[in-house]
Ligand binder design. Structure first.
Ligand SMILES: *[C@@H]1O[C@H](CO)[C@@H](O)[C@H](O)[C@H]1NC(C)=O
Ligand SMILES: *[C@@H]1O[C@H](CO)[C@@H](O)[C@H](O)[C@H]1NC(C)=O
Ligand SMILES: *[C@@H]1O[C@H](CO)[C@@H](O)[C@H](O)[C@H]1NC(C)=O
Ligand SMILES: *[C@@H]1O[C@H](CO)[C@@H](O)[C@H](O)[C@H]1NC(C)=O
Length: 441
């Protein structure tokens, strides 16, 4: 095979400008703390500044010759894997490599019952969640993807390139290309440090295409997801609430007023991580490090004048604690396990459940997260991409500071409203900066 340095250097620059003009008659303040349906005074009625998301997609068709094959190995929760995979696509393009299907690991992120883990022990990952053919088709102008390796490589395990030890802003071309050229087939997990920043436009475009336009759920999962979406009363808010024993233990925060059952579950998950005490605990909390309890979440919702009859879909894993703190006030809360049949539910594992939450959350009227994790970043970015602007992250730091000052309840409520209004207006955390330019005019 002659290696012709023939590049089809076709550059398609397309700019999609999504203008979000949001007007509402007034900027209200929450005068009535428990307003039921005063739709003109809740947080979403705030007049948000004009936001312009500009997506620049430049497709440079892959080089005719490939420098080798890359498998992206992804670990963690579904959204972390998805994010790493998007990065990996950019890297593959940067190195003019051909992608093979990535390895997706079963998430140990959510504490699933043993039964479910056994049932999916040979779970392959990517193809269980995403539509492979669609992905390949959507990427065809951006990077080459193969399902099957050429015969001479097919029986080999890829050479593992460890990016995790490389600190700082290392250069992928410098540090990985030699291994790729030598071994022809490598596997890698993108490093946290250097991501995207100095990519040429064609690599960035491949990354953005992979993230926003090439990942679609498998047909069966898609059907399940739209069934779930249909079953939720409209309009609704999707709420990503995190208050599971392991993440609370991990936070090293202390809570008072939790039930004995919750306290035991947290203690059991603690291991060596002892909670902070005294002054350190206070500083830690005021830095916004402590997950909001369902009770605190309900309190902030009320401060934002979110009506207590709002339909709320709980986009969350199993094992949330203290849910009555929320559901005693917000009574229309729906979960997957209630809305899907028992049979459907019991055969699903963490990744497929997370995929459903993602799907519902990018199609809901509004989205609120009590934490700012991988799912929230992915959902917020996708919602921005789709022009859905009602996305908000509760401000744990402001909550901690305001509630520790001994203020009157009314003052706390007013201040919480103000902080969240600012956050909402600024669209804090609303898009992946690499694929969008965001202007607040
Ligand atoms: C990859 O291909 C582009 C042209 O498409 C070229 O400019 C670049 O130098 C190549 N990079 C590598 C690492 O081969
Ligand atoms: C995981 O959940 C099971 C029951 O669902 C429980 O027995 C176990 O202690 C949990 N493990 C952790 C680490 O939370
Ligand atoms: C597990 O692997 C066996 C054979 O290796 C296959 O028949 C079965 O379908 C696989 N199960 C899943 C859930 O992938
Ligand atoms: C929530 O916490 C507040 C303050 O600690 C308390 O007064 C209230 O009773 C709690 N509500 C629920 C439903 O637990």
């Amino acid at each position: 095979m002659a290696a012709k340095p023939l590049f089809r250097s076709l550059i398609i620059i397309s700019s999609l400008v999504v203008l979000v003009f949001l007007f509402s008659p007034s900027v209200p303040s929450p005068t009535t703390f428990t307003s039921q349906d005063s739709s003109s005074s809740h947080i979403w009625s705030v007049r948000r500044m004009t936001l312009v998301f500009v997506e620049i997609a430049a497709a440079l068709l892959p080089a005719q010759t490939s420098n080798g094959y890359i498998r992206v190995d992804c670990y963690g929760g579904l959204n972390q894997m998805r994010r790493d995979f998007c990065d990996g696509v950019g890297i593959a393009r940067l190195l003019n490599a051909t992608l093979v299907l990535p390895k997706f690991e079963v998430a140990a992120y959510w504490n699933e019952s043993r039964r479910l883990i056994l049932r999916v022990s040979n779970f392959s990952g990517f193809a269980d969640v995403f539509d492979v053919d669609y992905f390949i088709h959507q990427m065809k102008d951006f990077v080459s993807v193969v399902k099957v390796l050429p015969a001479e490589l097919a029986s080999k395990e890829p050479f593992r390139v460890d990016c995790s030890k490389r600190k700082g802003h290392f250069d992928y071309v410098e540090s990985i290309l030699p291994s790729l050229l030598e071994h022809r087939y490598i596997s890698m997990t993108p490093a946290m440090s250097q991501r995207r920043d100095r990519y040429p436009l064609y690599a960035k475009a491949a990354l953005c295409q992979a993230c926003y336009s090439a990942l679609r759920l498998t047909k069966s999962l898609q059907e399940k997801a739209s069934e779930l979406l249909d079953a939720i009363p409209k309009p609704f808010m999707s709420l990503h609430l995190r208050f599971e024993p392991d993440m609370v233990a991990y936070s090293q925060c202390q809570y008072s007023g939790l039930s004995d059952t919750s306290m035991e579950a947290i203690e059991a998950a603690r291991g060596d991580r002892k909670p902070w005490t005294g002054e350190t605990a206070r500083i830690w909390r005021n830095r916004g490090r402590c997950p909001l309890t369902p009770n605190e979440t309900a309190f902030i919702f009320q401060a934002l004048s979110i009506p207590t009859n709002t339909n709320i879909y709980l986009a969350a894993g199993d094992g949330l604690m203290e849910m009555e703190g929320l559901t005693s006030i917000y009574t229309n809360v729906y979960t997957k396990s209630e809305l899907l049949s028992d049979q459907d539910f019991s055969i699903m594992h963490g990744n497929t459940k997370a995929a459903l939450d993602y799907y519902v959350s990018i199609n809901s009227d509004s989205y609120i997260a009590t934490y700012f994790g991988n799912m929230d970043k992915m959902v917020a970015a996708m919602r921005a991409f789709k022009g859905l602007y009602k996305t908000l992250f509760l401000n744990r730091r402001a909550f901690a500071e305001l509630t520790s000052q001994g203020l009157e309840l009314e003052a706390v409520v007013r201040a919480l409203w103000k902080v969240h209004k600012e956050d909402f207006i600024m669209g804090r955390g609303s898009a992946l900066p690499d694929c969008f330019c965001e202007y607040s005019l």
